[in-house]
Design a protein around this ligand. Structure first.
Ligand SMILES: [Zn+2]
Length: 261
């Protein structure tokens, strides 16, 4: 079995018992690191605590876009806390734009999309100043907006997690050298399989987005980094490449984005 890194997991959303058991068994599945993302200030604080407890955990701090916008004072508190803890922070994330929230909101209510774009812009300014990679939640038409913002701020080290989007945006992302990551749904989801065929392997990583749950052979199971081995087998088959080469590439890519900066 070859080495893996889970490039995107919400570790703070598991129970303490689930976390300790998961970490205790990481060696058994050759998982060397978990890139643990955060959804707001309290989540970032918990992620930092987990990183201080478990050396395999590499923490990212941010504000997940699929929730109500923060107040000015909430945002101020988050930025102040991030600045104080930026040496421990491996990346800024999870940040981005609210695709699902926007589409679930009744069209009778005006959606504050501009507010989310402004918020993301502020996070990208911090990423530039602090020289940190960004972990992005930006799918379909939102990805094009985010690509333009990244170009505006000259940010190259960008990771679009669980990416889905149109061919024009995919082309722009490849040209700019942005990374994507693939979840276990690559085993059964046609849309993701088509993306994997198209996207260069040397800009790809693997993730669980746990505790988010998956279907098909993963139905009724707690999402766990071990599922990444199934993902990598699927990627190797789709790319028609030797399994060990695919393991090597995915591992190297993840180190390049998160560990070498
Ligand atoms: Zn996530």
């Amino acid at each position: 079995m070859d080495k893996i890194i889970d490039a995107h997991i919400h570790l703070d959303q598991y129970t303490d018992k689930e976390i300790s058991s998961m970490i205790a068994h990481l060696d058994d599945i050759q998982c060397t690191h978990l890139i643990a993302v955060s959804t707001h200030l309290a989540s970032s604080q918990k992620t930092l605590m987990l990183a201080n407890t478990y050396p395999q955990v590499r923490p990212a701090f941010g504000f997940h876009p699929e929730q109500a916008l923060p107040t000015d004072s909430q945002l101020g508190d988050l930025f102040t806390w991030m600045a104080a803890n930026k040496d421990a922070m491996i990346a800024i994330g999870e940040i981005g734009l609210p695709y699902y929230l926007r589409n679930e909101t009744s069209s009778d209510i005006p959606f504050p999309q501009e507010g989310y774009i402004e918020l993301l812009d502020q996070f990208l300014q911090k990423a530039k100043v602090w020289n940190k990679p960004v972990i992005l939640h930006a799918v379909y038409e939102d990805a094009a907006i985010v690509c333009d913002l990244l170009e505006k701020h000259s940010i190259e080290n960008a990771h679009f997690h669980w990416f889905k989007g149109d061919p024009v945006t995919i082309e722009q992302m490849i040209e700019n050298g942005y990374h994507i990551s693939v979840t276990p749904d690559v085993v059964y989801e046609r849309e993701i399989q088509d993306l994997v065929k198209l996207y260069p392997l040397d800009r790809m990583m693997v993730e669980t987005d746990g505790p988010w749950r998956f279907e098909s052979e993963f139905a009724h199971q707690m999402t766990h980094p071990r599922m990444i081995h199934n993902s990598i087998s699927a990627i190797a088959a789709l790319k028609n490449m030797p399994l060990s080469e695919v393991y090597d590439s995915l591992y190297t890519n993840t180190c390049r984005v998160f560990m070498d900066s």
